[in-house]
Design a protein around this ligand. Sequence first.
Ligand code: MRU
Length: 358
Amino acid sequence: MIQEIQTLTWLPEGGVRLLDQTRLPREEVYVECRDAEAVAEAIRNLRIRGAPALGVAAAMGLALGAQRLQATDVASFLRDLKEVAAMLARTRPTARNLFWGLERILTVAEKHRDLSLPALKRCLVEEAITMHQEDLACNRAMGAHGQQLIKDGDTILTHCNTGALATVGYGTALGVIRAAWERGKQIQVLVDETRPVLQGARLTAWELTRLGIPSRLITDSMAGDFMRRGEVQAVIVGADRIAMNGDVANKIGTYTLAILCRYHQVPFYVAAPFSTVDLALATGDQIPIEERAPQEITTIAGIPIAPEGFPASNPAFDVTPAALVSALITDRGVLYPPLARAIETLRGSSPPGDSSEP
Ligand code: MRU
């Protein structure tokens, strides 16, 4: 029996405990965040990362921040709470889930504004804990739907980290791979190392080792060659934000994979919870793309690999047009092209509060 990874947990005495992903795979170290600022620091510096994990971390961070607010009346409390939410929102711009998590907590605060302040604060913690539980259930549902697309004997290529570490547990794209393996399908995984910060090499490889799924690490530039040799039967990736027309923002390099898949006629699947869909964005052109520090490109593990001061660009995500996506695997089922119509149909069943960030 594999011990489940504790990516993030709420501490009953008031705090958020995170497995520090910057230290993996060398060390398993946990950090305890005692205020919203500490959660924001952990998000900004990738101690916690991956869209669904960011949604729950932001929600827990806001619930934690709420406990510390000194306001003595509800109006001032709600105003101060929005400021904490804005501070958490400034950490990373691309993952829709982060904003979705903050909005859920703010919506609950507004809804229960008639409660006493201590009761209202308790409500916010309960909501964050509910989101934690829902994420796990959602990933298992996604896994069950998505594994039907995987055949016995398939080799699946994946990019970045979309496993338990990128979520509360189980994972999205890696959850689909795990679900296929748990159902006895003899599969193999090719893991893109995922430059610049190597989420594939450091995190996905670590998770696959724990799960015992046969896997090999490749550099990002090898994907095309493996496809040309007929050694890849499917590519499955996660998503940070999906526009209403089905365009997908995900880790830089995803677009290149989608193009390679089209050329080699390999199915290109995206697995993401419906909370990753931004109901307010018509197309992927409107998705804000995070630009990170050039040092992530010019160094590896702190060691310079380029001449001192050499300029570098570091967009953390790219956008894959919906036309290149073979299917979108969600917690509510598998959506097939045309994705715009399929997403619009599912929208009708969205829980209240789904909207774009302020
Ligand atoms: O910069 P990161 O590590 O947060 O980027 C993560 C990704 O791009 C993942 O593929 C995406 O968030 C989906 S995670 C289930």
